[in-house]
Design a protein around this ligand. Structure first.
Ligand code: G3H
Ligand code: 13P
Ligand code: ZN
Length: 322
């Protein structure tokens, strides 16, 4: 089937109490690892491209890689989404270039300005059959060149969501309930330590999610910054020349709970990066004499596939829903 929008996916996810995985893509091996996993477990899929990915790989290459995945995986619905679109122009370029979904992230702007920019994108997108994700509240962490400190992050204010959605006409809403971008989501002082000395982060603000979904019944909610930062990959990196102390993510149980509520889209990028980097670092430590990229990217792609399969089945619950 051709690329689809997220409308049908979200309707089914909302009613079925699961979430669709939105995975960031930056190169061929990442696209292949994700799509092979989704195909195998028959899961609907969102492949998303950030501004940084467009700068790195060039938009044409990424779009064509996703189109290749659509040809290879005809049985599953795939949406191509712009992650963190920063302006009307970036969103327009993706809409004109064949994306089926865009995010306009004007969450750092004042409320009225966020509404104004989002509304403009929605009008253009809807005229072209494309859906729009918007954001209210702001997450801590690193995304593109922007680094938002924990102090500058702010939870979504539930009392703003009805006005925002009705005035903009957006199709889904990303909210801030304590998730954060990158591999260092929480400072050690925000966490407790379990018996093995592993950092345990503070719980997400489910009270905010519940209040938002009460005010927007049936409306799809999105969670960014939802990597769990698997400790086996952090250890693999640190045991093979890396230095990532106290990297910590969102526990899988919290994401499972969010997926059973109004959250229909869960964004995962950092976990893919950790799987790829850990695998490549270990490969070189084990085989210092090797230099063929196919040899070290093959196990990295295989580990991304396994990681994504685990997410689809055990975290998002969207296996078999294609
Ligand atoms: O939210 C940010 C995503 O992880 C994309 O990251 O801007 O480094 O491509 P990036
Ligand atoms: P992570 O950094 O937690 O993977 O979040 C990715 C994301 O939100 C992309 O928009
Ligand atoms: Zn994000």
């Amino acid at each position: 089937m051709p690329l689809v929008t997220t409308t049908e996916m979200f309707k089914k996810a909302y009613n079925g109490g699961y979430a669709v995985g939105a995975f960031n893509v930056n190169n061929m091996e990442i696209v292949q690892g994700i799509t092979e996993a989704a195909r195998e477990v028959k899961a609907p899929l969102i492949l998303q491209v950030s501004k940084g990915a467009r700068n790195y790989a060039n938009p044409t290459y990424l779009t064509k890689l996703v189109e290749a995945a659509v040809i290879e995986c005809p049985e599953i619905p795939i949406a191509l989404h712009l992650d963190h679109g920063d302006s009307f122009e970036t969103c327009k370029s993706c809409i004109d270039g064949g994306f089926t979904s865009v995010m306009i992230d004007a969450s750092s702007k004042p409320f009225a300005e966020n509404i104004e920019i989002t509304k403009k994108v929605v009008e253009y997108a809807h005229d072209h059959g494309v859906v729009v994700e918007a954001e209210l509240g702001s997450l801590a962490g690193v995304e593109d060149e922007v680094n938002v400190s924990a102090e500058d992050s702010s939870y979504t204010r539930p009392e703003e969501v009805e006005e925002f959605v009705s005035k903009t006409g957006c199709d889904s809403l990303a909210i801030a309930i304590g998730t954060s971008h990158g591999a260092y989501k929480f400072k050690p002082e925000q966490c407790t330590r379990n018996a093995e000395g592993i950092l345990v982060p503070p719980p997400l603000r489910f009270d905010i999610l519940e209040e938002v979904s009460k005010r927007l019944p049936g409306f799809p909610i999105v969670l960014h910054g939802s990597s769990s930062v698997p400790q086996e990959y952090v250890a693999m990196i640190n045991q093979n020349g890396g230095n990532m102390p106290d990297a910590v993510g969102v526990p899988a149980e919290q994401l499972r709970k969010a997926a059973s509520l109004a959250v229909c889209k869960i964004n995962i990028d950092s976990d893919l990066r950790l799987a790829l980097t850990g695998t490549v670092r270990k490969f070189f430590a084990d085989h210092p004499e090797k230099f063929d990229p196919r040899e070290y990217l093959k196990p990295a792609r295989a580990n991304i596939k396994e990681l994504v399969k685990d997410k689809l089945i055990n975290v998002l619950g969207c296996d078999g829903k294609a």
